[in-house]
Ligand binder design. Structure first.
Ligand code: KIV
Ligand code: ZN
Length: 513
């Protein structure tokens, strides 16, 4: 029987560390449910000790996910580890992932600790964690740039204390595939008790080699766990992309000879969900999940594919979850059909009241847009999944006037808590005027870092526009997303959604890498 490779998804932890990718608790649970449908083995749900919000998110996911192991990150100290264990109490299968930096640079400049102190702290932390949880992962942060002799001593010690997975991060994305593969192999050969743990790879993408490095860690190094994120989301240039690494292993199974338990048909829905939730758009030529990944434009290619698909295609679009845009519902569809479609899409709303509210939004949308696609429903439910207490600012209505030669003007009505406001402003364009109108009332002082518009479904101007607004305030960066057939309204919704995130979040401790 072929070896099994463990897929460890860290979209909700390392991915969320990407500036602007912060997600609400409910958004995280929705993504965790999708990761469970995707059948990832381990979901790293967050960093419980970093903030109350992260603790609550890890707890919510631990309490609700039954099939995948749920993991929390923790620095190598008793407080962080105890907090992680507390958040994971309700999990069907729990893992604590503890880490401490081991490179000379990090130990000296960041931790200001000697190597012996780091070794001792790693040992004691794993011992402490092991008394709270049977599944312990240890990561030597900046492991790839660490002295190999010292690293072997640390790894041997933590295995002795009961670590069950050893993860070797290339924290800064410095590795080269062959060298990284050799590095993992050397560690496995030199650590005397290496066979008592599963070896894992965690590669960042600063030089665009995260997927290649991870695969080399598996093929050359013998690792049996890959840490990755949906769409490669993550710090700086991101992490190893789940969709790419999984499809490389599948498509070239002849070479790797390893099995992954992933349901690949859930890849594209997962990619869309993460992109819509964070507002991080997927580039069209991105492997597997980009809009052009299976598009053939040149006549020669089209001709070849029509004659025999495998002339130019090494994977089938439908195997990774691409489906032709399907009209799923229309304005005559009833509440039951809507509810059933939500179930088929794997969306579960918390109460009948939420279903009713989402159905009302659906009816409103169906009045303005003749064809409703799955993507429209997901965007609509995305709005609905924000619970009332998180939605401090709520869009109500908008009117705007723009005419050639005239300065555009907008009037926006929205609620702030229990009060309703109508504000007006001019602007360079109708979007600018609408956002200025909102800001004139709210006076958040936030700086806008990004504004982008995308069509939710491709092919026609009938599509809903999906707008992402990235705001920065008081050292925090948040993304707001809004969808509507009218892009001015979508923009106002996105702006209010970003303000809600700025309003509702608690400061968090920055995690490493
Ligand atoms: O990149 C890194 O080193 C990390 C560790 C915390 C595993 O994310
Ligand atoms: Zn990382």
């Amino acid at each position: 029987m072929a070896d099994k490779l463990i897929i460890f998804d860290t979209t909700l932890r390392d991915g969320e560390q990407s500036p602007g990718a912060s997600m609400t608790r409910d958004e995280k649970l929705r993504i965790a449910r999708q990761l469970e449908r995707l059948r990832v083995d381990v979901i790293e749900a967050g960093f419980a000790a970093s903030s109350n919000g992260d603790f609550e998110a890890v707890k919510l996911i631990a309490d609700n996910i039954r099939e995948s192991t749920v993991c929390s990150l923790a620095r190598a100290n008793d407080r962080d580890i105890a907090r992680a264990a507390e958040a994971l109490k309700g999990a069907a299968q729990a893992r604590i992932h503890t880490f401490i930096a081991t490179s000379a640079l990090h130990m000296e400049k960041k931790l200001r600790m000697t190597p012996d102190q780091v070794l001792e702290q790693a040992r004691q932390s794993v011992r402490f964690a092991r008394n709270l949880c049977g599944d312990i992962e240890f990561s030597p942060e900046d492991g790839y740039r660490s002295d190999v002799d010292f690293l072997c001593r640390v790894l041997e010690a933590v295995i002795d204390e009961g670590a069950t997975t050893l993860n070797i991060p290339d924290t800064v994305g410095y590795a080269i595939p062959e060298l990284y593969g050799d590095f993992i192999r050397t560690l496995r050969e030199r650590v005397p008790n290496s066979d008592k743990a599963i070896w894992s790879v965690h590669c960042h993408n600063d030089l665009g080699m995260a997927v290649a490095n991870s695969l080399a860690g598996v093929k050359i190094g013998g690792a049996r766990q890959i840490e990755c994120t949906i769409n490669g989301l993550g710090e700086r240039a991101g992490n190893c992309a789940l969709e790419e690494v999984v499809m490389a292993l599948r498509t070239r199974r002849d070479y790797f000879g390893l099995d992954v338990g992933i349901d690949a048909t859930q890849i594209v829905p997962a990619s869309r969900m993460v992109s819509q939730t964070t507002g991080f758009v997927v580039q069209p030529n991105k492997a597997v999940v980009g809009a052009n990944a299976f598009a053939h434009a040149s006549g020669i290619h089209q001709d070849g594919v029509l004659k025999a698909r495998d002339t130019y295609e090494i994977m089938r679009a439908e195997d990774v979850g691409w489906s032709a845009n399907k009209i799923v519902l229309g304005k005559l569809s009833g509440r039951n059909a809507f509810k059933q479609r939500l179930q088929e899409l794997g969306v579960s709303l918390a109460s009948e009241a939420e279903v009713n509210a989402a159905f009302a939004r659906f009816k409103d949308l169906a009045d303005r847009k003749s064809e409703i696609f799955d993507e429209d429903i997901i965007a609509l439910v995305g709005d609905e999944s924000v619970s009332a207490e998180q939605e401090h600012f709520r869009f109500l209505s908008l009117s705007q006037r723009s005419e050639t030669g005239e300065r555009p003007h907008a009037r926006v009505t929205f609620s702030v808590g229990a009060s309703e406001f109508t504000t007006e402003s001019d602007g360079n364009g109708p979007v600018d005027a609408s956002l200025k109108a909102i800001e004139s009332q709210v006076q958040s002082g936030a700086e806008m870092l990004l504004y982008s518009v995308n069509a939710i479904t491709s092919g026609s101007t009938e599509s809903q526009g999906e707008v992402t607004v990235r705001l920065q305030h008081g050292g925090r960066v948040v993304n707001g997303v809004g969808a509507d057939p009218d892009i001015v309204i979508a923009s106002a919704k996105a702006y209010l959604s970003a303000l809600n995130k700025l309003h509702g979040n608690v400061d968090r401790v920055a995690a490493q890498g």
